[in-house]
Each structure stands twice: as structure tokens, then as C-alpha cells.
Design a protein around this ligand. Sequence first.
Ligand code: SF4
Length: 395
Amino acid sequence: MKETPVSVLVLSTYEAYLQPLTAAKLSRQLKQSGCEVRVVDCFVQSLDTKLVKNFDNIAISVPLSDSITTAIKLLDVVRELNPKAKVALFGAHAILNKVELETQYSVAIPSDVAGFFTGLKTVNDHNIIPDRESLLGFKHYVYPGGLINDKVVANIETTEGCRFKCTHCSVFSLAKGKVLYKKLECVMEEIAFAVENGAEHISFTDPEFMNNATHTPAIIDAMYRSYPQLTFDVITRVDRLLRYKDAFIAFFDKGCRFITTAIEFPDDKVLKALQKGYRTKDLGALAELIKTTGIVVNPTLITFTPWVDKATILAGEQYLAEIGLTEIIDPVQSTTRLMLTKDSNLLGTPHLEGIELSETEFGYDWCHPDQEVDELYRQRVSAMGGGFNRCCVRC
Ligand code: SF4
């Protein structure tokens, strides 16, 4: 007699206004293990309560720190509607907050999520093609801000992890500087699917697009040969942008619209603490590169850190204005603040010595030794009234 397949309901939460790849990858893995899968992206779809009652197995994604609260609310809803369901949380920020989530919410965070439901061991394959057929189409995801909101955007990853060890970064906390490169043919398969389904712009969401000098330029060449009409954007560190400037300039001849790069803050103490691999004076070269080549750069900042006082913040901002970068920086970047997760690599280092920390459920709040700085932060946040701010889609 044929066995009844395991059915799993995958609920996705906020994934930075993009198609939820965390859920789509699990869905593919589950299908490869013989499961029947239904994916609901609760960020853009309402959740049918009947559906929750009908599934014995339910997985809830936690791809970002901003999705933890929603995931916990969904967990409550699921438990109330279907107390017998086997439930797991999954995704980068479920793993990063495993201890807190497991102890405070008594929920499983399995390392092998598909295996948790099927009872079969699953091997993690970084070349897996996300199951986008189970998601709503690209048109349902409208990227905020003015950079690409005129285009139908598909988000695609060419790697997993990142070679760098920026101390504040959750990618480093998880990947520990390791990178897994996707095969060219797998990335091209995803691009082909995106184009067939209406995508006009590819947002490469690798937290670092230039982990090495050859992998992604080969992808851009292949993409341009097959789909010269596509535009795209990438993310890279300032030092990579300067080191591989010729490759990045060439991207703009092949459809690149903009490059997102984390300046963080023009102060060497900040750059050293965060291990950003460049010095403040290098920003002059970045400004010159932008001016002379016309490449479009979307800088992101962490304006408020424990290492700069009010005078240094204002001086840093003045410096950015003098070298001509202010006009390309989104004003929301003047309100950004260092985030400390529970396993931040900054904790326990001399950089946080003497800094007052208060533990929260999933991280730490910090106070600046100079109250004026926190006051300036509050004033700016209240004047700004919120806004979308992304350096990558991992935190
Ligand atoms: S901040 Fe970016 S470049 Fe640095 S470790 Fe994280 S992902 Fe890599």
C-alpha cells in the first residue's frame, strides 16, 4: 500500500519586502523528501485558520531579527488553533536565538528542519533551487524606497555565507567567515525562472557580492548574454568596491543600477571595532570613483555606536558632505544604531568595556556614556518617523 506523504504547512514572516527565500528553500527540501507542502507568506497573505487546523506539521520562518516577534505571534496562533500540530521555527534568526526560543517558547529549532518532519536525514545543499512555484509571484513584492520600485524585482542569491568577519554581523555569527558558492547553472536556472515570471530587475541579496574575483563576474556575464534587458543591484563592502572597481564599473555596462555598500561611519575607531577593512581616508577614493565613473552607490551607515560622541558624529557627517557623499545617502541612515544580538561577536571584547548594556529578550540595548548622544538619537528617530533601511537582508 502506498504511504501517505507527510504534509507540511510553511508559514513565512517578514523578509525585507522580498520573496521569502528562507521558506522557498525549505519547501523545496521538503518536496525533495516526498512531502506535500503549502507555503503561506504571512507578510503579504492573510492566514486561513482552516489551513492551520488541517496540517499536522507546521514550520514558521525567522529569517531576520525583525521577524522574530511576528514568528512568536504566529506560533501562538498556531498553538491555539491546532494544539496537536508538530511545530518548528527555522531560519537564520531562529538558529541565532535558539536557546531563548527553545527555553521561553518550548518550540523546536531543529538543525535538519525537513528531517524533523519526515524522520529522514536531509543533507543541506547550498545549490538547492528555491521553490518559488509555491510563493506568490514577484509582482506581490514591492521594494520600498525609490531605487527599484519601478521594476518587478526578483531576489536571487549566488552564495551562502560571507568571507568577512565584521564583528556586528549576524552572517559572521552564523557562517564564521565561510562561503559556499552556488554553481553558475543553478543561478542561471533561477534567473531564467525569474524572467519567465515577469522579473525585470534582479536584486542579488548575497550579503557580499565579491567574495572572490571570479564567481559573480561570471554570473553577470552569463546573465547579460542571455538577458541584456535585465537590471540588477548588488551589495559589497567599501574595501571590495575599491579593490575590484574595474569589475564593478563593468557591471554598470551590463545593467547594474546601484551598489549598496556599508560605509558604517567615517571614524577609524568605529571602522576598527566593526572590522570593516578600510579607513576613513579611503572614502575620498570612493567619492572620487563615484564622481569620475558615474557608478551609482547606495551607502548605508551605523551612525550611532558607543564609540563616537555627538561632536564626532557631527564632524563625520560634515566630512561626508565635504567629499560629496551626503547627497547620495538616504536621510534615514542618520538614525541607524548599532544592534547587539545575543551572540554578537562584540560582546566580551574591549570595544564594549565600560558600556552599559541591558539584556532584552533577543539581544542587548546599550547606552552611550555621553547622554547627549542618546538624546540626539531619540530626537532624530522621532523627527524621521521611521523609514526603510537595509544594508543587506540578513539582520
Ligand atoms: S557585514 Fe557584510 S561583509 Fe561584513 S561579515 Fe556581514 S555580510 Fe559579510
